[in-house]
Design a protein around this ligand. Structure first.
Ligand code: BG6
Length: 257
């Protein structure tokens, strides 16, 4: 405990990097649970990491969430100067605040950088039949194939139960998540402490297995309240290259139980 308290940001970042086999761990000072400014720094750090990885033509798949929305707000036209960047929402609608939906975030990113974007509107909960027919729709087909061939995937990580509530999940689903001790959520997947997938939403979009095909996967999430969720996701993710977080979450997640 004491050791951790004395530990600086740089050594925590090194520890995260080696413990979770990341190519980079970025830790911004502070706790975004307490300050919107810290969430903004996470967004900025995220944007600068993507910027240095853009090639001529780049497809970026992005999820929703307030952290991603913050990243979108810090993007500027010089982000993709002379490059051809296309933003695609990683998932269909999630019944969240419309400002934080993946569609909105992708559109805002495109608008701020003079890039282009696609939309993907699909209900959260769909029956297998409807899902199959929706996947035949040309616009949906195109968006899905772009997600699958994305060069960069950019996603948030949430607390399982708060995300389920934000999605207004039915009571039965909530108690299922509770009884299976769900800890983390990312793009519609719920994970337990060990990082095992215990539930996933049947909507259209990014699948866990699609991550393997991306050149760079970046996750951004911070706040002491997300420490355990981030650890659970780090345990479960099949591919994560860069984690952008804050000091408070990093302390929580490195802290041994
Ligand atoms: C969702 C993403 O929209 O936002 C999830 O699909 C993520 O991957 C969540 O868990 C996080 O939201 P926030 O507002 O905490 O950044």
């Amino acid at each position: 405990e004491l050791m951790l308290e004395l530990k600086g940001i740089d050594s925590m970042a090194e520890e995260l990097k080696s413990r979770y086999h990341l190519s980079e761990a970025v830790i911004v000072p502070g706790n975004c649970d307490e300050s919107e400014f810290v969430k903004k720094s996470i967004g900025e750090a995220c944007v600068s990491r993507i910027k240095s990885r853009l090639s001529g033509k780049t497809i970026i798949a992005v999820t929703g969430g307030s952290t991603m929305a913050e990243a979108a707000r810090t993007m500027k036209p010089d982000f993709a100067e002379g490059k051809n960047v296309l933003f695609v929402p990683a998932r269909g609608g999630i019944g969240d605040d419309v400002r934080n939906e993946a569609n909105t975030v992708a559109a805002l990113m495109a608008q701020s950088t003079n890039g282009s974007h696609r939309v993907l509107y699909a209900p959260e909960r769909i029956s297998p039949d409807v899902r199959e027919s929706l996947l035949q729709e040309p616009a949906i087909k195109e968006a899905v194939s772009m997600i699958q061939s994305a060069d960069i995937v950019l996603h948030g990580i949430g607390n399982a139960i708060s995300m389920a509530k934000r999605r207004k999940s039915p009571e039965a689903e909530l108690s299922m998540l509770e009884s299976q001790e769900a800890v983390a959520e990312a793009f519609g997947y719920y994970f337990n402490k060990e990082g095992e997938v215990i539930q996933k939403l049947s909507t259209i979009g990014l699948k866990l297995e699609d991550l393997q095909h991306a050149k760079v996967v970046i996750a951004a999430a911070g706040g002491a309240s997300k420490g355990k969720a981030i650890r659970s996701y780090l345990n479960g993710s099949p591919k994560l290259d860069i984690l952008v977080t804050d000091e408070a979450a990093a302390r929580e997640l490195l802290d041994q139980e």
